[in-house]
Ligand binder design. Structure first.
Ligand SMILES: Nc1ncnc2c1ncn2[C@@H]1O[C@H](COP(=O)(O)OP(=O)(O)OP(=O)(O)O)[C@@H](O)[C@H]1O
Length: 695
């Protein structure tokens, strides 16, 4: 493979075999068109880079590529020899790349590129990684912004004593000498120190509980004539709505506590513990009432139809002092870069999320990268001193003497580990998978499956889509009280109880949308008998057969639909789920001509859209684990295919399990897939963690 023509022929062969996308080949051809002298190995690298970008990676590291690339590409056995031969022609490190590729204008080499105008070469080489310019730009911008925010000492105006008194009032703090500090209070103390705080933890570890208290702390310390301008956001509408609900619930808890203490000196046994005077003096109810609606990140930044740009950017920053972003693990590189650009330098950003969850489908595992290296052992002496002064909490040893510049982000990150909601079998299963203990996870599932009458967990080796559909429709038995193992038949029962009165219509729709979340089938794959499309068809058929649904064509009453594209004009966004129903007053089954609409719950608001306006939707009995992020369901049925597949990863299974509130059923004809998946950690090629550390 010596010439560019040979290389392009090779890439065409890979395209014909289905290993590369048309886009990957077109990119290499485009580069060759720009510079006919471009080194063949650069064309090859560019096609692989494009292919990997489509799989969520943002950079191609040259060192170790021959070992690293094949498992990430996951090409079939017959591709391995030609792939290895091609990889052997690539420069093996930054210096070799500089020698081999330095002569072409297709490639810029940082740091020169960082200083130059942004309209340069399509490729960038930095710290031994090859980037598409766009992704290099995102990483460089994010790293610069985050470093600035971490270094901006924001807390110098706060008296440590005041912060300590407020935190003692907001949390039931352990004794100063306790072995384990209250990590939630530690997070709040750290948030006083810089313009960025990361709070990561599994479901129910109190991220929102902490965020609500942080809001109170910052408002109380702010002390200005006007309260801080607060914004709440998340990547999806559903996650945004959940964030606000949880924040309001946590704030109302504080309001109730303060009110109860004020009303009576001696609280009844059932009332919350009395609030300290520091809390009673605060206008908690006013701050709660002033909490703005939570928005999707797209809505917060303001989409500009037809462009990648947003209304809010560095030139027109957001009007906000304090921004909470939930489900930050779903935020991809491009969105994080846009968000940081649009955030005024003086504003505080608090990122909440679970670093162990699946990253976004798009390039970048931002939360995972930013939390890399964080944890109780990563704090340095200056951080420990700050935390102790502002919260009275003592960080457990070892506290490193000085994490220096490279440890900046870890100093602003708190890992919450104690789950308040997930102490039972679902929590144990999630923890086992998260630790990579697949065999233990399987044993837990088997033990619960063998329990007489069934438990919160079950393993069902259903071998075909019809069997899975029957299970999804009927649910499964569970002897334990309070465990909800419902299937769709129960979740959609209320469909048959359509009220005649118009006033009763809206409550009925709200009830339907809520009960629809009792059950969800989550898939690892999109296609095939164990994938989303096949299972949606099978479940639909089973529901019709059982008389739960009356299906007439593609659109029918009771069809659940998921939006697959942001439609700001309609107020619906990628990932939103609605139910198709005839509007009030219109006859339903008796009048098949009734104009159907899809009904969506947007926080507290019920929204409906005519089905004629819904171009990008799919049926949503079964959905991918990716799309389920930010949502919770009472009973989750996670379907793993019998054959191994690179998408079966620890993060995927962990994310699927942690969507379940009450019961979890693993549907796997080949239970060993759970063990293989738990052992496979997702790897995203990126230079972000290194760039943030300032390497
Ligand atoms: N320190 C605490 N003391 C008492 N209850 C707590 C504490 N922290 C959290 N909780 C309770 O635990 C539950 C879960 O908390 P929260 O919703 O904040 O968790 P989360 O991490 O945001 O969960 P998710 O990721 O699912 O949104 C809530 O009912 C909350 O009130």
């Amino acid at each position: 493979m010596n010439t560019a023509a040979d290389t392009l022929d090779l890439l065409r062969g890979w395209r014909a075999a289905g290993w590369l996308r048309a886009l990957d080949l077109a990119f290499a051809e485009f580069l060759h068109g720009l510079d006919a002298q471009a080194p063949p190995s650069l064309l090859l690298a560019a096609a692989l880079l494009a292919q990997l970008e489509g799989r969520g990676h943002s950079a191609l590291p040259l060192q170790g590529l021959a070992q690293e690339a094949p498992p990430l590409l996951g090409w079939p056995a017959e591709a391995q020899a030609p792939l290895q031969a091609a990889l052997a022609t690539m420069p093996a490190d930054a210096a070799a790349a500089q020698r081999a590729w330095g002569g072409t204008a297709l490639l810029s080499t940082a740091p020169a590129v960082a200083q130059g105008p942004d309209a340069g070469s399509p490729l960038v080489l930095q710290t031994g990684r090859l980037y598409l310019r766009r992704y290099w730009r995102y990483e460089a911008d994010i790293a610069a912004q985050l470093r600035q925010r971490v270094q901006a000492e924001a807390g110098s105006g706060h008296a440590p004593d005041e912060a300590r008194a407020l935190l003692a009032a907001l949390f039931d703090l352990p004794e100063a000498a306790a072995a384990e500090p209250d990590w939630q209070a530690v997070a709040c103390a750290l948030a006083l120190r810089a313009r960025l705080t990361l709070i990561t933890g599994g479901p129910g570890t109190g991220k929102t509980y902490t965020a609500a208290r942080l809001l109170v702390l910052l408002q109380a310390l702010h002390g200005g004539a006007q309260p801080l301008r607060v914004a709440l956001a998340a990547p999806t509408g559903k996650a945004a709505a959940r964030l606000r609900q949880s924040m309001v619930a946590a704030l109302q808890g504080l309001v109730a506590r303060a009110a109860a203490s004020e009303a009576s000196g001696a609280p009844a046994a059932s009332s919350p513990p009395p609030a300290p005077p520091a809390l009673q003096a605060l206008p908690l109810a006013a701050w709660t009432a002033a909490l703005p609606p939570a928005r999707t990140l797209h809505a917060l930044l303001g989409t500009r139809p037809g462009t990648r740009r947003f209304v809010h950017d560095a030139a027109q920053p957001l009007d906000v002092d304090l921004l909470f972003v939930d489900e930050a693990s779903m935020v991809h590189l491009e969105m994080m870069a846009a968000l940081l650009q649009a955030l005024p330098a003086g504003a505080r950003l608090v990122l909440l999320g679970d670093r162990d969850q699946l990253a976004s489908v798009e390039a970048g595992a931002v939360m995972g990268e930013l939390c890399a290296g964080a944890g109780p052992q990563a704090y340095d002496a200056a951080t420990a001193a700050w935390v102790q002064a502002h919260s009275g909490q003592r960080l457990p040893p070892p506290v490193v003497a000085d994490a220096g510049h490279s440890g900046g982000l870890a100093q602003q990150t708190v890992v919450l580990q104690r789950s308040r909601r997930f102490a039972g079998p679902i929590g144990q299963l999630a923890t086992a998978v998260n630790r990579g203990e697949g065999a233990e996870a399987l044993a837990l599932l088997r033990a619960q499956t063998a329990q007489p009458g069934g438990g919160a967990l079950a393993l069902v080796p259903a071998a075909d889509s019809a069997a899975i559909a029957r299970l999804a429709v009927q649910g499964r038995a569970a002897a334990e009280a309070g465990v909800d193992t419902a299937g769709y038949a129960a979740a959609l029962q209320a469909l048959a109880q359509r009220p005649a009165e118009t006033e009763a219509f809206e409550p009925w729709v709200r009830g339907l949308l809520t009960t629809f979340d009792r059950c969800r089938v989550l898939c690892a794959l999109r296609s095939g008998p164990f994938g989303v499309a096949g299972l949606n068809a099978a479940i639909e058929a089973a529901l019709v057969q059982q008389g739960v649904l009356k299906k007439g064509g593609e659109w029918y009453e009771g069809r659940p639909v998921m939006v697959t594209r942001n439609e700001p004009a309609l107020g619906i966004f990628n990932g939103d789920i609605g139910l198709v129903l005839a509007p009030p007053g219109a006859a339903n089954a008796a009048n098949p001509q009734a104009p159907l609409r899809a009904w969506f719950l947007d926080g507290e608001t019920l929204r409906s859209v005519a089905i004629s306006r819904l171009a990008d939707v799919e049926t949503a009995y079964a959905m991918t684990v990716h799309k389920s992020q930010g949502s919770e369901f009472a009973h989750v049925l996670l379907v793993l295919p019998p054959e191994d597949n690179p998408v079966l990863t620890r993060e995927l299974v962990y994310t699927g399990i942690t969507r379940a509130r009450s019961a979890f059923t693993l549907v796997a004809p080949e239970p060993a897939r759970l063990v293989t998946a738990a052992a496979r950690l997702t790897r995203r090629l990126s230079g972000l963690a290194e760039a943030v550390r300032g390497a």
